[in-house]
Design a protein around this ligand. Structure first.
Ligand SMILES: [Zn+2]
Length: 402
């Protein structure tokens, strides 16, 4: 795809970008960081932040270990300032859909599929020519006002790395979304997660995305803390962080249809506490109460999207410690001795639980062991283990992992 022009409202600036926003190479033997920005076309903040960090590196030429690549997301949607054209580029990353990309006839009809193939091929190229360890970061913004936060698939490696950042960490989004880019990469075992910088058109969102990018460069050892201006960027994010306990878990998603007339009740803010039964939104004239007490998360304020709002809850520290212990001793290997529980395949990545027999199991119980349930019919729960595929060994010498 040829270069396009994208506009930032808060900066009142236009930028010309191609598929590769830019890259920077330092000394060999260091990590490889791959950033994506603008997977949603109405979220240009990440692209502008990445471009400005690359410009800094070009200008200041600090000592740099490894490489950084910045990849743009939905270029044609970025140009138009819309979330997507035909399909959401962040819901296409399933094995079945990726297999379909091999068929040129299929993808030629779909602008987003052509772009997905470009991004996929570029990432494969980088994975083939660089040595790693590899880190993937996907920069986003939200329709409503919010302080920055991280959405992350719950593997121990991801938890440990994201815990370095002074922002709320939301675990378990992969159970509620189909085919986000970062879940796909996480399933390949890499450290991979999303950073949400703030509201789409807020000038602060670009600053927060920049601060996050510099902290990532510092934590992974690409830049020294001094060259990354670590403390300043850490303060920028910590100043707006409201919680002492960082970890949250998604417990509910209000799904909406593309043609729904969905309106969030005015004034609800991201992370605001809500009681069970509170009316959160009106959908097609019908009041929508929350079925759970918790914190409202990513309320949809405008534009396209299938997620009306989520409800999240703080994950108790006890739960985090216990789950980390159970995963380290591979407690799940014992579960298959129980009636109604068996491996789905030889690789022991997936469990199938027959709920008619193993009635006493809850989803929460499997969360402890690092499993995420994806499909559930009336009688069976299918669970995938994040730890089984984790590339722990590749990160063992990373500066943050000791
Ligand atoms: Zn987004």
């Amino acid at each position: 795809m040829t270069a396009i022009r994208i506009h930032s409202k808060p900066l009142n600036k236009t930028l010309e970008v191609s598929r590769l926003i830019g890259s920077h190479k330092g000394k060999p033997g260091g990590p490889t960081l791959i950033f994506t920005g603008g997977i949603h076309g109405n979220e240009p903040a990440g692209v502008f932040a990445l471009q400005s960090v690359l410009d800094d590196l070009e200008r200041n030429k600090p000592e740099f270990n490894g490489s950084i690549y910045a990849i743009s997301g939905n270029l044609s949607a970025l140009e138009r300032g819309v979330r997507y054209n035909q399909v959401d580029l962040n819901r296409l990353w399933t094995r079945e859909k990726l297999a379909g990309l091999e068929d040129d006839k299929v993808i030629s009809f779909h602008d987003e599929l052509v772009q997905q193939k470009e991004i996929f091929d570029l990432m494969q190229d980088i994975l083939a020519k660089e040595t790693g360890p590899f880190y993937f970061f996907d920069l986003h913004t939200t329709s409503g006002e919010t302080e920055p936060f991280i959405t992350v698939n719950d593997s121990l490696l991801n938890r440990k790395f994201t815990n370095l950042f002074p922002v709320p960490l939301i675990l378990g989004i992969e159970e509620f979304l189909d085919g986000p880019l970062l879940s796909f990469i996480n399933e390949l075992g890499y450290v991979a997660f999303g950073f949400e910088g703030g509201q789409h058109d807020s000038p602060k969102s670009i600053d927060y995305c920049r601060a996050f990018t510099y902290l990532a460069l510092s934590f992974t050892g690409c830049l020294s803390a001094e060259d990354a201006d670590h403390d300043t960027h850490f303060d920028t994010l910590q100043k707006v962080m409201k919680f002492r306990n960082k970890f949250f878990e998604i417990i509910y998603r209000e799904e909406i249809e593309p043609d729904d007339n969905f309106i969030i009740c005015d004034g609800y803010l991201n992370f605001q506490k809500v009681q069970k039964g509170t009316i959160i939104a009106i959908n097609n004239g019908r009041q929508l109460p929350t079925p759970f007490t918790g914190h409202i998360f990513m309320p949809l304020y405008q534009g396209k999207g299938n997620d009306g709002f989520f409800i999240i809850r703080k994950t108790p520290v006890f739960f985090l410690r216990l789950s980390s212990f159970l995963r380290k001793i591979s407690f799940d290997r014992l579960l298959v001795a129980l009636p109604g529980v068996h491996w789905r395949s030889k690789t022991r990545e997936e469990l199938v639980v027959n709920l008619k027999i193993a009635r006493f199991f809850t989803r929460q119980f499997f969360h402890l062991m690092g499993y995420r349930s994806k499909q559930k019919d009336a009688t069976h729960l299918k669970l995938k283990n994040r730890e089984a595929v984790s590339r722990e060994i590749e990160y063992k010498d990373a500066p943050w992992n000791n």
